[in-house]
Design a binder for this molecule. Structure first.
Ligand SMILES: CC(=O)SCCNC(=O)CCNC(=O)[C@H](O)C(C)(C)COP(=O)(O)OP(=O)(O)OC[C@H]1O[C@@H](n2cnc3c(N)ncnc32)[C@H](O)[C@@H]1OP(=O)(O)O
Ligand SMILES: O=CC(=O)O
Ligand SMILES: [Mg+2]
Length: 551
């Protein structure tokens, strides 16, 4: 049996693999451990602040602008100039750090590829470590993949997208790496291993002196951005590279963060390349933030789109904030994906994507996300034909009108109706997503839409909210109140439907029964769990030599 060569205080409980050992080198682990030792206190404090804020919202409070940081919002300052290598981000494809998908994404014609350790990845040891091997090979441009079944070899084109990497959120531990007796902080492992192995090659071969580039998820407050800024500075000092080489785009995807956008950019002003509208987590966060407010029961998930007032204001204010500070205002993900077997449905889905992207570019966004290579061309067409030949709209779409957006606008309740079909769909999607996640797949096509951890979270918390407060479903003329008994019946019936749809063999082989139980528990628990994936993470941790692994 082989073992990883670890520095003092570090223990690896994940499976040994000689390829993983090239990533988990003693020096790389020393770098990660250094980050953990330096920043664990700050991260712990930031998580405690999240809990304090939650108590305030649960006692009737609502997030709002912080009077103490008014001077940051009102004074004139700019972020560092955008690196030329990433001036044009008109379309960015996203996807998990899976080998074939990385090659496809980099070759897709997209300007950027966001390689995801987060919403689109189930963070098993195998997925994470293979992801690092894949990214290293991608940056060295040696990555290939042989699809044995189709006898097809994948390799990189001459022109490829610029790579951004999204580490996990602050809340997730990495249970396979123990540092000083406690699980490593997941995002420090993702960031640390990737940065350590790739910063030099990235800056010389891809970033024209800048990089690596990152996307930073699920922050709630600028103090969390300050930690990232400190981490970047420590990484730059350790690597002996210029301050400001690393650049990151922060996802504004929690309700509290929309009131902190200037402050977040300010903390990261030497390391920023903008903000992004992470619309799916944002909707999830809206429900979560107001979990103790029974007067805020949302309509069906399908009705909570970007044209709802609170979503439109969020996107407009993000554009205004970014352009005032000189950085990109990125749009979000339309959930539609190509429908291969139905041309009419495919065209209708494409039309929805085009409409969403047209709204974004006209509002002033500088670029947007695509979930699938088949969407790059149509999205690029919409953006390029509406940006007057420019790489972005930072200088041309000031959106001063968005200064009038108020706190009330940003929390306004979405309009619409609730239906039994909405409850059923949430349940069907939530269970199938969780079953996939437990078996190692973090993004899946379901009913012709992309589903990932963020979209599944909406299904979970919406069900929880409706059950907790006995929401009246009023969408189909007949009024029905949601009760735990009704939900139990829905779960039973939807499990049967899933079994029919996926077939008995896949159903029996998969983890659907287990997913059904977890999802049902999470929707009916008296206190809402903060994250679906945090609870479920225990079920994908596999310690070696094999032991029962609970955090
Ligand atoms: C809320 C958020 O955070 S959004 C960002 C996080 N979510 C994501 O990144 C989701 C990204 N998208 C995906 O994972 C996928 O598109 C899915 C799961 C939704 C659908 O995937 P599939 O069922 O494989 O799609 P499909 O069968 O049409 O794929 C056709 C080809 O495109 C490739 N492909 C599909 N999506 C992607 C992608 N995002 N990146 C690279 N390649 C892709 C497939 O690998 C396949 O390649 P092949 O023909 O060489 O075998
Ligand atoms: O990460 C993106 C989102 O929409 O959530
Ligand atoms: Mg997200």
């Amino acid at each position: 049996m082989s073992f990883y060569d670890v520095p003092d205080g570090v223990e690896i409980r994940g499976r040994y693999d000689h390829q993983f050992a090239q990533i988990l080198t003693r020096d790389a682990l020393q770098f990660v451990a250094g980050l953990q030792r330096e920043f664990r206190g700050q991260v712990r404090f930031a998580m405690e602040c999240r809990r304090e804020a939650k108590k305030r919202y649960n006692s009737g409070g609502s997030p709002g602008f912080d009077p103490a940081t008014r001077f940051i919002r009102e004074s004139n300052w700019k972020c560092a100039t955008v690196p030329p290598a990433v001036a044009d981000r008109s379309v960015e494809i996203t996807g998990p750090v899976e080998r074939k998908m990385i090659i496809n994404a980099l070759n897709s014609g997209s300007k950027v590829f966001m390689a995801d350790f987060e919403d689109a990845l189930s963070p098993s040891w195998e997925n994470l470590m293979k992801g690092h091997v894949n990214l290293r090979d991608a940056i060295n441009q040696t990555i290939t993949f042989h699809d044995q079944a189709r006898n097809r070899v994948y390799k990189l084109n001459n022109t490829i997208a610029k790579l951004f990497v999204r580490p996990r959120g602050w809340h997730l531990p990495e249970a396979h790496i123990i540092i000083d007796g406690e699980p490593a902080i997941g995002c420090l492992v993702d960031f640390g291993l990737y940065f350590y192995h790739n910063h030099s090659m990235y800056r010389s071969a891809h970033g024209a002196g800048f990089g690596p580039f990152f996307y930073l998820p699920k922050m709630e407050n600028s103090r969390e951005a300050r930690i990232w800024n400190n981490i970047f500075e420590q990484a730059e000092r350790t690597a002996g590279i210029e301050r400001g080489s690393i650049r990151a785009t922060v996802l504004i995807e929690t309700l509290p963060a929309v009131f902190q956008m200037d402050e977040i950019l300010y903390e990261l002003r030497d390391h920023s390349v903008g903000l992004n509208c992470g619309r799916w987590d944002y909707i999830f966060s809206y429900i979560k933030t107001f979990q103790a407010h029974p007067d805020r029961l949302l309509p069906d998930r399908v009705q909570v789109g970007m044209t709802q007032h609170f979503m439109r204001c969020y996107s407009d204010l993000l554009i205004r904030t970014c352009h005032r500070r000189g950085v990109h205002a990125m749009g979000g993900m339309a959930a539609q994906i190509p429908i291969r077997d139905n041309p009419a449905a495919n065209e209708a889905a494409l039309e929805l994507v085009r409409k969403d992207k047209l709204r974004e570019v006209r509002a002033g966004h500088d670029g947007t996300w695509a979930a699938h290579p088949g969407l790059i061309k149509p999205i690029l067409e919409v953006f390029t034909s509406n940006m007057a030949g420019k790489a972005n709209q930072i200088q041309t779409a000031a959106r001063e009108d968005a200064d009038a957006i108020t706190e009330e606008d940003l929390v306004q309740m979405p309009h619409g109706t609730r239906s039994l079909e909405g409850l059923r769909l949430n349940t069907r999607v939530g269970i199938q997503y969780l079953a996939a996640w437990l078996t190692g797949t973090g993004s899946v096509p379901l009913y012709n839409l992309m589903e990932d951890a963020a979209t599944a979270e909406i299904s979970r918390v919406q069900n929880w909210q409706w059950i907790k407060y006995g929401a009246v479903l009023n969408g189909n003329g007949v009024k029905i109140r949601v009760t735990p008994e009704l939900f139990a019946k829905v779960v039973e019936e939807e499990m049967e439907r899933i079994k029919r749809e996926v077939g008995l063999e896949k159903f029996t082989r998969g983890r659907y029964q287990e997913a059904g139980k977890i999802f049902a528990k999470q929707c009916t628990t008296p206190e809402l769990d903060d994250f679906l994936t945090l609870d479920a993470y225990n079920l994908i941790v596999v310690h070696h030599p094999k032991t029962s692994a609970r955090l």
